[in-house]
Design a protein. Sequence first.
Length: 97
Amino acid sequence: MAALAICAITAALLKDRTGTQAPPPVRPGQPPPPDPGMIPLTIPEIKRLLAALTTRPRPRRLVIHWNAWTRRHQARSRWFHKRARLARHPEFAQVKL
């Protein structure tokens, strides 16, 4: 329970520093950004990082590279899913967040 609380606090504190996502699409035909950025660190991702860096005999460089690749891929997927959603439901484009 304490470990989960530590992961949750860490994710909340690092949300602004680790989230570098590109702005979401505003129209269905918009081309993708050259760099989608990365999603912020999540509680499960922090848990995986801590477990991978403390228990498994894998090189740190590999663990950190895999984490960055995963978060970048998730940001790219999120961007494309939002664009596809705009194509299906154009009324979502009028919603300002």
